[in-house]
Design a protein around this ligand. Structure first.
Ligand code: ZN
Length: 345
């Protein structure tokens, strides 16, 4: 329900390419490939995703053994036996990841591995979502695509729970009607009945997304960047009858990568606007999160829980932020408090 097979196949291959690059470094260091904890996380995640593809296609899981998976990536005559890999719209249809005779990663493999900008599952998914949206906004034409990009990201940030008619209105108001199909399909799901509480959808009073009951039965916001993540802070949720307008909720990966981080981004943007500053949200299709006075100030909000991850990401480059005269990396107080707490444990 959450992933289309194509998206899953895409992530599986990028992670597999990353896993192969990591494994190759280990082999160069004379380490032996073993199916245990020493397996790179990328390779492990790739195997999980491949396994899921086999199961979803009703086939026996052929991705459970790392040696078999690597062998398959190497043998030019071997087919994965997955229908989704044969689809015309699967971008890695032709890709071969390991040189069959030389047993080194192919140039394709290195290219695919680095296509996400950084290694790891999070980066792979985030990159794919970004590219999906860029491709979609091309439909409105070169002159308007940046504006469309901002409007869609703002929608996913502010209105991650929305009625179908409200969504159509938003798209009309923002001249995004050509994107309706793709937005509906790629970014939203219908609210499943099991997430309703007494047949109603509860919407978070802080961020507006759909509240859920957690494992202990308490109602909370699923976004960790939101105040409502703390069940004791949930006070007056808005209750919506799904029979009035079919309710849509942003897909889990959108909530994780865009809506959650968007909470702080929108707060900064709104505060800048309130002070009468010339602020732009996600300018030029995401050069930074918030720009003030065109290229004078660029702000990126980072919500990495792990400071080491953030440092390593920044060491690789600051991306579009480099285009701004003054560059600001913002980290929310809540996150700092959280990280400090878990660090003390
Ligand atoms: Zn919330």
């Amino acid at each position: 329900m959450n992933h289309s097979p194509l998206a899953l196949a895409n992530d599986a291959i990028v992670l597999l390419a990353q896993g192969i690059m990591r494994q190759y470094t280990k082999v160069l260091n004379q380490e032996i490939v073993r199916q245990d904890d020493s397996l790179s996380l990328e390779l492990y995640k790739a195997m999980c995703k491949l396994g899921r593809l086999y199961i979803e296609e009703g086939k026996p899981d052929r991705a459970a053994c790392v040696h078999a998976v690597l062998e398959r990536a190497r043998d030019p005559n071997y087919s994965w036996g997955l229908e989704v890999f044969e689809r015309d719209d699967f971008p890695f249809r032709q890709a071969r990841l390991i040189e069959s005779e030389l047993r080194v990663p192919t140039a394709d493999c290195a290219e695919i591995a680095h296509s996400s900008g950084a290694f790891g599952e999070d980066n792979v998914i985030e990159r794919r979502l970004y590219e999906q949206l860029l491709e979609a906004t091309e439909k409105v034409g070169r002159r308007r695509k940046h504006k469309a990009y901002t409007a869609v990201r703002e929608l996913l940030g502010r209105r991650s729970l929305i009625g179908e008619r409200q969504l159509i209105d938003y798209l009309n108001e923002n001249d995004l009607t050509p994107l309706q199909g793709i937005i509906n399909e790629a970014f939203f799901d219908s609210v499943p009945e099991i997430w309703l509480i007494d047949s109603l959808a509860y919407s978070c009073e802080y961020c507006g997304t759909l509240l859920r009951r957690n494992a202990t039965g308490k109602i909370q916001c699923p976004l960790r960047q939101c105040e409502g993540y703390e069940p004791s802070k949930v006070k007056e949720p808005k209750k919506i009858d799904p029979n009035d307008d079919r309710l849509l909720i942003a897909k889990p990966q959108i909530l994780t990568y865009w809506t959650g981080p968007g909470i702080d981004e929108l707060k900064i943007f709104d505060a800048a606007k309130q002070r009468g500053l010339d602020a732009k949200l996600y300018p030029e299709s995401d050069l930074c999160d918030i720009a003030i006075n065109d290229r004078q100030i660029g702000i990126d909000v980072k919500s990495y829980r792990d400071p080491v991850c953030l440092a390593s990401k920044l060491n690789r480059g600051i991306g579009g932020l480099s285009n701004y005269r003054r560059r600001i990396i913002a980290v929310s107080d809540l996150l700092i408090k959280d990280t400090a707490c878990s660090g003390n444990k």
